[in-house]
Design a protein around this ligand. Structure first.
Ligand code: URA
Length: 215
């Protein structure tokens, strides 16, 4: 069955007044997510914290500041990716999301993913990774490995909040973001090359130079 693809604004309209689980009772704002509606990179966190709940924006606290640093390191601007969470409302006292809450909120993230249609989904931490990959395997084993979920390429990484308490995870995150940046640059280069071949019937100069190299 073909599922209808909604625009992010249509999905946002559905989420704004959501009462699918009891987290709606305690929230100040729904945190829908933000960024480029056609981003190449969809970044998924766990759930809004206190700052995010107050501002209605994802990753605006300490973990968000570190995420901004990691994005800059990868050569990506925050506006060119899309940042979302598994849960759109803050769990009380930042407790872990419950499975019934994840299930209630899941259709929104699925619709967002379909609408954005990213080249790569970056899942941060256990909740996002286990939700997207439908696995019970932990993030320590999965981080930095290339995975797939349906037609999507998935790259699990540590949650940036984990690196605030455990500094050894910082270097791992920087190196994983290097790989994310490289993946995006490679995709862009491959697309440019296909376009050039389609338009001119020839590969760009660099590829042509290699093609004429003697053995
Ligand atoms: N942690 C998350 O997982 N998401 C946010 O939006 C903020 C902190």
């Amino acid at each position: 069955m073909k599922v209808e693809k909604l625009s992010l604004e249509q999905i946002r309209a559905q989420v704004t007044d959501c009462r699918r689980c009891e987290l709606c009772e305690g929230r100040t704002n729904v945190v829908f997510g933000e960024g480029d509606p056609h981003a190449r990179v969809l970044i998924i966190g766990e759930a809004p914290g206190k700052n995010e709940d107050l501002k209605g924006r994802p990753f605006v606290g300490a973990a968000g500041k570190f995420l901004d640093e990691l994005l800059a390191h990868a050569g990506l601007a925050r506006e060119e990716v899309f940042i979302a969470n598994v849960l759109k409302c803050r769990p009380p006292s930042n407790r872990n999301p419950r499975s019934d809450e994840i299930e209630a909120c899941a259709p929104y993230l699925r619709m967002q993913t379909r609408s954005i249609n990213p080249d790569i989904i970056v899942t941060m931490g256990n909740f996002a990774t286990q939700f997207i990959l439908r696995t019970g395997v932990g993030i320590t084993r999965l981080r930095g490995t290339w995975q797939t979920a349906g037609k999507f390429v998935v790259f699990p990484i540590f949650h940036p909040a984990a690196a605030i308490y455990d500094r050894s995870k910082r270097d791992v995150l920087f190196s994983d973001f290097d790989r994310i940046g490289q993946y995006v640059r490679d995709r862009i280069a491959a697309e440019q090359q296909s376009k050039q071949i389609a338009e001119n019937g020839e590969a760009p100069a660099t590829a042509a130079a290699f093609a004429s190299d003697p053995e």
